[in-house]
Design a protein around this ligand. Structure first.
Ligand code: SF4
Length: 329
């Protein structure tokens, strides 16, 4: 599969505002190390999931890829169709933004309540000077809403977001992302705010759009079972690093890193028994301001050894296209 997106050694670092006392005593400025050396690629038409707890850096990776962060906060390379988008000029960036869209977590907040559905879905076409022609706008909005499975479309385009259900709103958000015919979509927890009963429909729609339009997705989620259902490949993130990455079946059936094992064992299963080999983790993800030395998972890992505290494990290929970072291998 040909690559659409490649991330090489991506770092994202935010400045933390100094306290008044720190400032007058000349203390060094602190930083949040949100992403700490992430590499992966996404093929054309591939669904790639980033999975991790809150604070793992998965959303920050998505925002960095879409150019939504301050350029000074991002270090590394992001290549889209082989072109470096971090150093793209205005024209290059404009072209990239037509091709790369985002579906947000919260359809209640991502849609402007003052605008009709027609205004919301047509906005990207107008803002990007694709067309101002009323007939063409109408045709393209109807086509995008149809693609997103909204019906009856003609009844809906003049309504406001508050008149729609959560599932319908997320379909509108998907139509807004699809109206520019992008080749890449970052979907950040796209169903976590929806009722369980409509989640499957939205996920099915996303897969159908991939199959039909060859769109690639970066699917960001805390839910490993959803990632498994949705994706071709999965990467598990912790404290800004990828600890394991591979085909979804391989990662779920043969996890190597104890953190991956713990996430898999936390998936509720009917009839599952807990055994002495089950990996349980406790506590919270550490503070990304003071990154630990050695393995980032050291403080919570039930298998941690002395070396884990001193030496950071590197991501190695342990089976074909299955990578893991852990000293236990
Ligand atoms: Fe646990 Fe050590 Fe592996 Fe890190 S390197 S996951 S601390 S066993």
């Amino acid at each position: 599969m040909e690559n659409l997106l490649e991330l090489k050694d991506l770092y994202v670092r935010y400045n933390v505002k100094s306290s008044f006392y720190d400032m007058i005593s000349g203390k060094k400025r602190k930083h949040v190390h949100a992403v700490n050396g992430v590499d992966f690629e996404i093929g054309k038409g591939e669904i790639f999931s980033l999975v991790g707890e809150s604070g793992s850096g998965k959303t920050t990776v998505g925002r960095a890829i879409l150019g939504l962060l301050d350029r000074n906060q991002v270090i590394g390379n992001i290549l889209f169709n082989g072109k470096d988008i971090l150093n793209a000029g205005r024209q290059g960036l404009k072209q990239y933004r037509l091709n790369a869209q985002m579906i947000f977590q919260d359809p209640y907040q991502s849609l402007d309540p003052k605008n009709t559905i027609f205004q919301i879905v047509s906005e990207p076409l107008i803002v990007n000077n694709i067309t101002n022609n009323k007939n063409e706008l109408y045709e393209r909005v109807i086509a995008a809403l149809n693609q997103a499975g909204m019906e009856p479309v003609k009844d809906i385009i003049n309504r406001y977001p508050h008149e729609l259900s959560g599932g319908q709103r997320q379909r509108v958000a998907i139509a807004g992302a699809m109206v520019l015919n992008p080749s890449f979509i970052v979907a950040d927890e796209p169903v976590s705010m929806l009722d369980v009963s409509i989640r499957a429909d939205i996920l099915k729609l996303m897969v159908e759009l991939r199959d039909k339009n060859n769109v690639s997705y970066l699917f960001i989620t805390h839910d490993l079972s959803l990632a498994w259902v949705m994706s071709d490949r999965i990467a598990i993130m912790y404290l800004g690093k990828i600890l394991e990455m591979g085909g979804s079946d391989e990662v779920i059936k043969s996890p190597v890193n104890p953190y991956s094992k713990a996430l898999i064992e936390a998936i509720p299963r009917i009839g599952a028994k807990s055994g002495k080999d089950n990996v349980r983790i406790y506590g919270e993800i550490p503070d990304p301001i003071n990154l630990p030395e050695g393995c980032v998972f050291y403080s919570r890992c039930p298998y941690a050894k002395d070396i884990c505290r001193k030496e950071e494990p590197v991501l190695k290929e342990i089976m074909k296209n299955h990578f893991a970072a852990c000293h236990l291998q």
